[in-house]
Design a protein around this ligand. Structure first.
Ligand code: SF4
Ligand code: SF4
Length: 169
């Protein structure tokens, strides 16, 4: 993965020592997405739920043996059930779908969680100049669900603020 870790200055990061309070509706204040994009910095690629054929127990056993890792009972249930895939995947234009399938097929698992440097890097659809999604109208569910100004949004903004202020941290 040779895409560079982004070096940016994020404007208007809420102060962790003076956290924003919820308003009377119980919602955190909305912050600006413009010139931000940090929730896409560690995504690697658009995380669609793609269709999965149901697997048999025997197939799951083979998968477990090949991976060398125990597959949990819950994961077995998911694999047995399969998944029809999310609607946004089915609506994705064929050329983008093919491009993404090729990328995922060649994907190499990074060493998650050791340091920020080992995160998967910016989503391949993030335009680092504008900090906007190149295919915003067809983005996956997970990106639509991520709420501007939510606790996770604010946490990620603070995380990257730390990274900028303390590169060794
Ligand atoms: S949702 Fe939050 S982290 Fe993502 S671009 Fe908008 S402000 Fe930045
Ligand atoms: S698909 Fe778009 S919104 Fe989702 S992570 Fe990638 S760049 Fe961000």
């Amino acid at each position: 993965m040779d895409r560079p870790f982004p070096s940016i200055v994020v404007a208007s990061v809420p102060d962790r020592n003076n956290p924003p309070s919820e308003d009377s509706s119980g919602k955190l204040p909305v912050v600006e997405c413009a010139n931000c994009g940090v929730c896409c910095f560690h995504m690697g690629y658009p995380a669609y739920i793609r269709p999965r054929e149901p697997m048999t127990e025997a197939e799951i056993d083979v998968l477990q043996e090949q991976s060398g890792r125990k597959i949990s009972a819950r994961r077995r249930d998911e694999l047995r059930a399969g998944h029809p895939g999310e609607a946004h995947w089915h609506n994705l234009p064929d050329d983008l779908k093919a491009e993404l399938e090729t990328y995922i097929a060649g994907y190499q698992l990074p060493n998650y969680g050791q340091t920020l440097d080992t995160f998967d890097g910016p989503c391949i659809w993030l335009d680092m100049q504008t900090r906007m999604c190149k295919h915003h109208t067809v983005r996956p569910n997970v990106c639509r669900d991520f709420e501007t100004g939510s606790p996770d949004c604010l946490d990620w903004r603070r995380t990257y603020e730390d990274r900028i202020n303390d590169p060794a941290g």
